[in-house]
Design a protein around this ligand. Structure first.
Ligand code: HGY
Ligand code: MN
Ligand code: MN
Length: 414
C-alpha cells in the first residue's frame, strides 16, 4: 500500500444500502431525480454524516455539495473526490452514489487512522449529473468549471412542471447547516469512482478500469409540426401528419447510424405527441435524440445526417421540423500523470487494471477543464446501467474505494 491504511468495506456497503432506500423503486432501483425532495433528502443525510465526523459542509450557488477534511496546509487547493447523488427515473443504486459514498468512505478512513494530509481533501456531490429532469446533464460540474450558472437554465421547466430556479432555491434552503461558498475555488485535482456502465471489465474479469477519456455527447430536442384533423373524415391526400414523418425518419436512422458505425450511439429516449387524442391526427410530434461518438467530427456528421433525414421526411408530409441542441459535450482526455497514479494505486492494492474510454459522460469531463481529473471504473453486471437491475458486486465496490483511497493519499500528501 502507498499508505498502510484501508477502507471499511462493511461501512461503505451499508451506506450504499442506506442511500438506496431514498427513492427506492419496487424493482430494486432508485428514482431520486435532481433537485427533488428525495435528492434533498440524500444530500441532508450525507451532510449529517459529515457533520457527525466534524467535517466542514459547504454548498455553492448551483447546490454542489462539498464535505471538507482539513489538511496541514489549509490554504492549499483541495483534492476533490466524488460523483453525484441524483439518479435516472428508473435508475440503479450505484450510478453516482457509488462514487460519492466511496469518496466519503475515504474521508472517514483517513479520519479513523488520523492520517494528516498536506492539502485538504473534499468530497463533492455534483448537482444534476443525469440531466433527465432538467437538461443539460452535468449542470453542477459545468457551472462549477465555468464559474457561473447560465441564465437560460432559469427558464427551464421539467416534464413534471417544476421550475429549475424554484427547485434550486428549495435545494439550497434545505441545507441551512451548509456554509455557502461562491464559485471559483481552486482545485488541485479531481478523482471519481464510477461503475463502468458497460460490459468490458466484467467480460475480461478485470476489477479496475483506468479511464483515459470520455466520448462526446450531444442531445437534440426535435419538434415536427403538421396539422391536427379528424381521424375519420380526413383522407390521406389532406393529411399533414408529423408523427408519420418522425417515424419514417427514425426508421431510416435506426437502420443506418449504428449498423454502419459500431462506435456511434443513437438513442431516442422520449417521444411526445400533441394533442394526443385517439381520434385526431397529431399536430406536433416531439422526440429527444442522444448522439455519442469518440470523434467529435463524427458527432457533427451524425447531427447533420439526422437533420437532413428529418427535413426530407417532413417535406414529404408537408410538415415543418425544428431542432434544439440541449446538451453538447466534446470528448475529453485525462492527463497521463493522473492515470499513472491510479495505476500505481491499483498495483499496490494488488488489483489488475486496464485503460479504457468511457461511453457515458461524467462530471469529470467538465472538471478536467479546470483541474487534472481522472476516473476509476468498476465492473457492473452485464454492463447494465440506467436500469433498476444495475448491480456491482461487493468486492468490486471495495476495490474501487481502495484504489481511490490510495490515490487520494498519494495526491493529497503535498
Ligand atoms: O448519460 C450519461 O452518459 C450519464 O450516465 N448520465
Ligand atoms: Mn453517473
Ligand atoms: Mn447516469
Amino acid at each position: 500500500m502507498i499508505a498502510d491504511i484501508d477502507i471499511d468495506g462493511a461501512r461503505l456497503l451499508g451506506r450504499l444500502d442506506q442511500f438506496a432506500e431514498i427513492g427506492a423503486t419496487p424493482r430494486g432501483g432508485v428514482n431520486r431525480q435532481a433537485l427533488t425532495g428525495l435528492d434533498r433528502e440524500a444530500r441532508s443525510l450525507l451532510a449529517g454524516l459529515a457533520a457527525a465526523r466534524g467535517f466542514g459542509v459547504f454548498q455553492d450557488p448551483v447546490a454542489n455539495l462539498f464535505i471538507r477534511r482539513s489538511g496541514r496546509d489549509d490554504s492549499a487547493a483541495p483534492l476533490l473526490i466524488g460523483s453525484h447523488l441524483d439518479s435516472q427515473p428508473a435508475g440503479g443504486r450505484f450510478d453516482g452514489a457509488l462514487g460519492t459514498l466511496s469518496a466519503f468512505e475515504v474521508l472517514e478512513s483517513l479520519e479513523d487512522t488520523g492520517i494528516e494530509t498536506e492539502r485538504p481533501v473534499e468530497v463533492v456531490a455534483w448537482t444534476n449529473e443525469e440531466g433527465c429532469r432538467f437538461a443539460p446533464g452535468c449542470m453542477g460540474s459545468s457551472a462549477f468549471s465555468a464559474r457561473a450558472i447560465p441564465a437560460a437554465w432559469f427558464e427551464l421547466v421539467s416534464a413534471d412542471g417544476a421550475m429549475f430556479g424554484a427547485e434550486l432555491k428549495a435545494t439550497l434552503e434545505a441545507l441551512p447547516e451548509a456554509t455557502m461558498r461562491d464559485f471559483g475555488m481552486p482545485v488541485h485535482a479531481y478523482l471519481e469512482v464510477h461503475i463502468e456502465q458497460g460490459p468490458s471489465l466484467e467480460k475480461e474479469d478485470i476489477p479496475i478500469g483506468i479511464v483515459t477519456g470520455i466520448q462526446g455527447t450531444r442531445w437534440l430536442q426535435v419538434e415536427v409540426s403538421g396539422q391536427t384533423a379528424h381521424a375519420g373524415t380526413t383522407a390521406l391526400s389532406y393529411r399533414r401528419d408529423p408523427l408519420r414523418a418522425m417515424i419514417s425518419a427514425l426508421d431510416t436512422l435506426y437502420s443506418t447510424v449504428m449498423p454502419q458505425d459500431e462506435s456511434a450511439r443513437f438513442t431516442v429516449g422520449r417521444i411526445e405527441v400533441e394533442p394526443g387524442a385517439i381520434n385526431a391526427i397529431p399536430e406536433l410530434a416531439r422526440c429527444t435524440i442522444d448522439i455519442r461518438h469518440p470523434d467529435s467530427l463524427e458527432v457533427d456528421r451524425l447531427n447533420a445526417t439526422i437533420e437532413q433525414c428529418f427535413h426530407e421526411r417532413a417535406k414529404v408530409q408537408c410538415c415543418e421540423v425544428l431542432f434544439k441542441r440541449s446538451f453538447d459535450m466534446s470528448p475529453a482526455n485525462f492527463p497521463e500523470k493522473l492515470l499513472v497514479v491510479l495505476e500505481r494505486a491499483g498495483d499496490v492494492a494488488g488489483l489488475a487494471t486496464k485503460r479504457m474510454v468511457s461511453g457515458a459522460f461524467h462530471d469529470a469531463l467538465f472538471i478536467n477543464r479546470i483541474a487534472p481529473s481522472a476516473m476509476i471504473f468498476v465492473p457492473c453486471r452485464d454492463g447494465l446501467s440506467h436500469n433498476e437491475a444495475e448491480y456491482t458486486a461487493p468486492e468490486h465496490v471495495v476495490s474501487g474505494a481502495r484504489v481511490l483511497l490510495q490515490s487520494t493519499v498519494e495526491l493529497a500528501k503535498g
